[in-house]
Design a protein around this ligand. Structure first.
Ligand code: GLU
Length: 476
């Protein structure tokens, strides 16, 4: 059974890279019928930010990434918060000490401060005798436990970055248990991944260089090493690693900007993974089916807001009419105050024309009030219209529409089509001027006949008369 885990530290908001990690972990688990686990890594209490655990829960739920085990829902391998597993780690560290794979270090801050940032610990506590260690422990001297890195080299396979070999010389005797008794991230993640039976470790490639140290720990315990999948960077528009500090949007920011969670999830899936065919629009169940860890790329991917915008528009178009109405009707109700307007049909008209819900008001503003527009709007090369023929055709339209008794789409449509035929003109030469007179805009969410039906007979005729007046004074 494949088990993956998302193991965020509660240090703030959820950035896009984190969400991609969570998504890939979820997809790999679900693709193989496995389980996806949420584990909160809060051993670094200094970096704790209030509210971030809630933000993590909310983000995963909003993104549709339901975890099978986690802090709030429990599971067989709990607790799922590292600070609540405090007692587990020390015992394992002591086991390593007993086997000569780790050692007590009593060097206080002062002696460590003497080392420069990139200098390795000089192992001076490795020379302490068993009696000296016992005496120090008995006196309550503060200590840390360090991993004893053996000589040699460490080799492992990463599914994305391939075969990796590191000379152990490059590795520091890292701290496993800190002086506050809590494990470091580096130690806790190994213990927890083992105890929680995680089979695939998926995370950002900033952990690639630490992985040999983790593998040495697995070896020291004679535990099975998980499959590793390290993910490449996501870059912002300036080609830098995305970060909140540089003003790059978090998941929450994107939702606040009007992106749909499903669209963001779809887009993020493409940042480092390429589907087998050219399709780029996937629902979450489709992603589960198609996601395949062999199609991950090690090249960094660039976050492209324009592409996300396009995907958002595709999602809006694909929504069932009722689902779209649930989003659009509240906006339409406050944007359109004219009584008697069929907002459900307006909703249908705008659905295919927007990338964001917030674009709706500007599309329908002409309903309440005909905008001031200039006569040049009537000139349209492709429609073969100009101010003169528009004036003539508007007059014809006014007469025919005035005489219509049944004001519905079919009758209006037939009336205008009949006129086109009897005048021997192109469709556009009739429809463009009528559409323009009714909307006062170079584009509208529907054509001439639909606009007539929407606005009603009186308002339609009034606007056509205004168009005629405008053109007459322009041509005078
Ligand atoms: N707590 C680490 C982080 O938030 C997790 C790294 C991992 O997945 O192992 O970056």
């Amino acid at each position: 059974m494949i088990r993956t885990r998302f193991a965020p530290s509660p240090t703030g908001y959820m950035h896009i890279g984190n969400l991609r990690t969570a998504l890939y972990e979820y997809l790999i688990a679900k693709h193989y019928g496995g389980r996806f686990i949420l584990r909160i890594e809060d051993t670094d209490q200094n970096r704790w930010v209030d509210g971030s655990v809630e933000a993590i829960h909310n983000t995963l739920i909003t993104a549709g990434l339901r975890y099978d085990e986690g802090p709030d829902i429990g599971g067989e391998y709990g607790p799922y918060v590292q600070s609540r597993r405090k007692d587990i780690y020390l015992k394992y560290a002591q086991e390593l000490v007993a086997n000569g794979k780790a050692y007590y270090c009593f060097c206080g801050k002062e002696c460590l401060d003497a080392l420069t940032e990139h200098e390795k610990y000089d192992r001076r506590c490795l020379n302490l005798t068993a009696e000296e260690i016992q005496a120090k422990l008995a006196s309550g001297a503060p200590y840390v436990i360090r991993q004893l890195i053996p000589d040699g080299e460490t080799r492992f396979l990463d599914l994305v970055f391939g075969d990796i070999t590191i000379n152990n010389d490059e590795l520091d005797d890292q701290v496993l248990i800190k002086s506050d008794g809590l494990p470091t991230y580096n130690f806790a993640n190994v213990i927890d991944d083992h105890l929680m039976e995680i089979t695939h470790v998926i995370r950002g490639n900033e952990y690639l260089s630490s992985t040999p140290k983790y593998n040495l720990l697995y070896d020291a315990f004679r535990w099975k090493i998980p499959v590793y999948i390290h993910l490449p960077l996501i870059l912002n528009a300036n080609g830098e690693k995305m970060s909140k500090r540089k003003g790059d949007a978090s998941f929450e920011d994107l939702l606040a900007q009007g992106f749909l969670p499903e669209a963001v999830v779809n887009y993020i899936a493409l940042l480092g993974w390429s589907p087998a065919d050219n399709n780029e629009i996937f629902s979450l169940p489709e992603l589960i089916e198609q996601f395949d860890e062999t199609r991950l790329s090690k090249a960094p991917s660039a976050f492209d807001t324009r592409k996300l915008t396009w995907i958002n528009g595709e999602y809006i178009k694909k929504l069932a009419p009722e689902a779209f109405q649930a989003m659009s009707l509240p906006v339409l109700k406050s944007a359109v105050k004219t009584p008697g307007i069929d907002l459900v049909s307006v909703s249908e008209m705008v659905q295919t024309r927007i990338n964001f819900i917030y674009e709706i008001p500007q599309l329908v503003d002409f309903i309440d009030k005909l905008p001031d527009y200039g006569a040049e709007l009537y000139t349209h090369k492709k429609m073969k219209t100009n101010t003169e023929n528009s004036l003539a055709n508007l007059k014809h339209a006014l007469t025919v529409l005035y005489g219509l008794n049944l004001w519905d789409l079919t009758h209006i449509h037939d009336a205008l089509a009949g006129l086109v035929e009897s005048l021997g003109i192109k469709n556009g030469q009739m429809l463009w001027p009528v559409r323009t007179a009714l909307s006062g805009k170079p584009s509208s969410p529907c054509g001439a006949a639909e606009l007539c039906a929407l606005l009603g007979k009186d308002e339609s005729l009034k606007r056509i008369q205004m168009g005629i007046a405008l053109l007459e004074s322009y041509l005078m």
